[in-house]
Design a protein around this ligand. Sequence first.
Ligand SMILES: *[C@@H]1O[C@H](CO)[C@@H](O)[C@H](O)[C@H]1NC(C)=O
Ligand SMILES: *[C@@H]1O[C@H](CO)[C@@H](O)[C@H](O)[C@H]1NC(C)=O
Ligand SMILES: *[C@@H]1O[C@H](CO)[C@@H](O)[C@H](O)[C@H]1NC(C)=O
Ligand SMILES: *[C@@H]1O[C@H](CO)[C@@H](O)[C@H](O)[C@H]1NC(C)=O
Ligand SMILES: *[C@@H]1O[C@H](CO)[C@@H](O)[C@H](O)[C@H]1NC(C)=O
Ligand SMILES: *[C@@H]1O[C@H](CO)[C@@H](O)[C@H](O)[C@H]1NC(C)=O
Ligand SMILES: *[C@@H]1O[C@H](CO)[C@@H](O)[C@H](O)[C@H]1NC(C)=O
Ligand SMILES: *[C@@H]1O[C@H](CO)[C@@H](O)[C@H](O)[C@H]1NC(C)=O
Ligand SMILES: *[C@@H]1O[C@H](CO)[C@@H](O)[C@H](O)[C@H]1NC(C)=O
Ligand SMILES: *[C@@H]1O[C@H](CO)[C@@H](O)[C@H](O)[C@H]1NC(C)=O
Ligand SMILES: *[C@@H]1O[C@H](CO)[C@@H](O)[C@H](O)[C@H]1NC(C)=O
Ligand SMILES: *[C@@H]1O[C@H](CO)[C@@H](O)[C@H](O)[C@H]1NC(C)=O
Length: 608
Amino acid sequence: MSPGAGRALGPLLLLLVLLQCAARRRVVKRSVPDVCATCHVHATCHQIEGKSVCICNYGFVGNGRTHCQDKDECQIGANKICGNHTLCHNTHGSFYCVCLDGFRASNNNKTFIPNDGTNCTDIDECEESGLCGHNAKCVNTEGSYKCYCNDGYKLENGERSFHPDGNTVSCRGVDCGVPPSVLNAHPASVSGTTYGSEVTYNCVHGYFMASGTQTAVCNAEGQWDGTDLVCKEIDCGKPLLIPRTEMTWDNSTTLRSRVYYQCKEGYYFNGGKNFSECTIDQSWENITFVCKGEELFSNLSIFNETCVKWERKTGRLGVQKTYTFHILGQRWDEKTFSEDVIFNITTNEDNPKVCLDLDSGSNYVVNITTISSANIPVSVAVAIQTKVKEPFNNVLIFNDTCLKWKRNVRGTDVGDRYSFHVQGQRWYQKEFFHEMIFDITTHKQAPEVCFDLQPGTNYSVNISMAALNFSLLVSMTTQITDPPFPDVEFVAVTGSAPLLRLRKAEDQNGPISFYQVIVLPLDLQSTFICDSFAAATFFSNATDVKGYVAAEFQAKDVADNMPISLGDRHYYGKFYNAPLKLGEEYCVFLRVISEWNKSPFWVQIPSC
Ligand SMILES: *[C@@H]1O[C@H](CO)[C@@H](O)[C@H](O)[C@H]1NC(C)=O
Ligand SMILES: *[C@@H]1O[C@H](CO)[C@@H](O)[C@H](O)[C@H]1NC(C)=O
Ligand SMILES: *[C@@H]1O[C@H](CO)[C@@H](O)[C@H](O)[C@H]1NC(C)=O
Ligand SMILES: *[C@@H]1O[C@H](CO)[C@@H](O)[C@H](O)[C@H]1NC(C)=O
Ligand SMILES: *[C@@H]1O[C@H](CO)[C@@H](O)[C@H](O)[C@H]1NC(C)=O
Ligand SMILES: *[C@@H]1O[C@H](CO)[C@@H](O)[C@H](O)[C@H]1NC(C)=O
Ligand SMILES: *[C@@H]1O[C@H](CO)[C@@H](O)[C@H](O)[C@H]1NC(C)=O
Ligand SMILES: *[C@@H]1O[C@H](CO)[C@@H](O)[C@H](O)[C@H]1NC(C)=O
Ligand SMILES: *[C@@H]1O[C@H](CO)[C@@H](O)[C@H](O)[C@H]1NC(C)=O
Ligand SMILES: *[C@@H]1O[C@H](CO)[C@@H](O)[C@H](O)[C@H]1NC(C)=O
Ligand SMILES: *[C@@H]1O[C@H](CO)[C@@H](O)[C@H](O)[C@H]1NC(C)=O
Ligand SMILES: *[C@@H]1O[C@H](CO)[C@@H](O)[C@H](O)[C@H]1NC(C)=O
């Protein structure tokens, strides 16, 4: 019994002793024995308030007289008298404490009594080195310790924690073994099979990584971590739709599947690959397969007002093609189409140019149609507006005094009214002036008009179309025509110097410049050419002909009926009037020369 506990129990024990005394007092009142002599062997007699009392010794409990039995201190306080981590040993009249294994008494004694504050503290077994062997670490626990294999090490039985207990156990490095197979994948690289080793997987050809990690790692438990790669077969889905094409496809969408493209009818392939492959990216390869419509009239344009050109961009170039032109023409001042022409043009040119015979001042719709190689008619229409540049043109002079021209504006229901202003002048005859003003109206496409013109005159003819505010000036020159025969007197002359009479000619074609008398042997008459004797004198041998000019007179010197004697051996002008040979026959001409335009005319003298 501890001293503290004994003090607390004192009054109770005393009370029990007193009750026993009272009871006994009633029984043994008659004799008073020596109390102290009756004390139990394990009791001690104490004097309390003058009375002797037997009290059990320390470590014993009882009435002090009949019994004092050993007190088991280890049972007090629920075995905690020694404190934690202890074993309590009761002895006869006392007890002692012993620390449990793994604990040490704080007074370093084997046994102790806790009343001096001694307690049991944990022994750190791990302070002792090598306790757990290699590749393991020691972990102290209360009253004990544990060994743990290092990361990546394990016991043979697969456990990681152990207590050596004197057995020779050792931690060995783990081995994850052959990497596990992953569906549709193959290990591309394996760095080993020990702790921390890595294996990288790749999907097999035609498959792609759908989820999971590519790399697995050998973990401390000796297992491959991260073998969750999922490889799925490549599926490109539906192929790309390319406009104006048709696909040839076997419905396969796996890697390297192909879809072929073909242009739809009426369209032409214009560069690029004609198939697309399913790629590793799970998409169909991009191709530039372009189908173009047959550009039969590409870049159609009008040039030079009435010409059209275009380009055949596609289709079979260089092949003959027929174009049907449908031309509807409407004159500027008409409401309906008055011209409707259809014709075909066939060409193998890739850049055809067609110039149309269109008239000015009209609106045209030109519809060009051709047949595509797909046998479909393809049309284009262009509007051509021709300007009113020349309502008529191509003015031609014919028969000296007549004009004809071409009318350029369309339409026959409206007649064209032309106004003429004709003015004639002669430079050699200043006082001469001939003027005419008149109108004509005609529907004709190529009108003609003849004027009553004077010969040898320069005319200016102004033709105007008032409605179109258009006029044209035409110059006409009339020829000098043969004058009418002069009123001549036929005379037969003979002799060596016959006398002739010159008569003045009428100067109808302008003033007469000279008169010449030409002498020609009779046999040459038929070959006489008026001009060839222009300057032939009697002495000249310029021509083979023996004819010559015998005399020349200025017109102003010639009087009507002027006599002249042939062969009088005089000079008239620069010409010698040589004597005629007797017995020869001559023809004598009178030539009248106008200075103007050196186009002389002549008059036969009646001597032939
Ligand atoms: C004994 O241990 C208990 C819990 O295990 C603790 O509460 C108590 O304080 C300890 N006593 C001593 C004396 O160390
Ligand atoms: C135990 O320790 C006490 C002092 O705390 C000492 O007196 C005693 O001799 C020691 N030895 C044993 C065996 O009890
Ligand atoms: C145990 O004893 C030691 C040394 O006397 C003391 O330092 C420590 O506090 C005690 N522990 C407890 C839990 O009483
Ligand atoms: C592709 O699939 C379609 C419908 O699924 C089927 O009609 C067609 O015959 C298939 N083509 C081929 C080449 O298998
Ligand atoms: C694809 O083009 C090649 C040559 O470029 C040709 O031989 C083949 O027939 C074409 N295939 C299809 C389906 O048009
Ligand atoms: C095809 O082109 C599209 C758009 O330009 C692009 O998004 C796609 O990645 C390309 N596909 C391939 C296989 O090149
Ligand atoms: C169209 O024609 C013009 C002139 O001939 C040319 O300059 C132009 O490049 C052409 N355009 C095309 C798209 O061919
Ligand atoms: C346009 O017309 C003019 C004259 O009529 C001609 O000289 C020219 O060559 C023409 N141009 C073309 C491109 O035909
Ligand atoms: C033009 O050619 C087409 C066929 O290409 C033919 O049917 C048509 O009668 C031709 N027209 C003329 C005006 O020649
Ligand atoms: C051109 O002519 C074709 C054939 O006659 C016709 O079908 C088409 O409508 C015409 N186009 C125009 C713009 O007039
Ligand atoms: C010229 O006029 C004559 C008579 O007047 C005629 O017979 C002839 O056909 C005309 N010539 C022309 C080209 O019109
Ligand atoms: C005449 O002709 C001859 C030879 O033909 C020539 O020598 C002579 O000079 C000519 N006489 C004159 C006057 O021209």
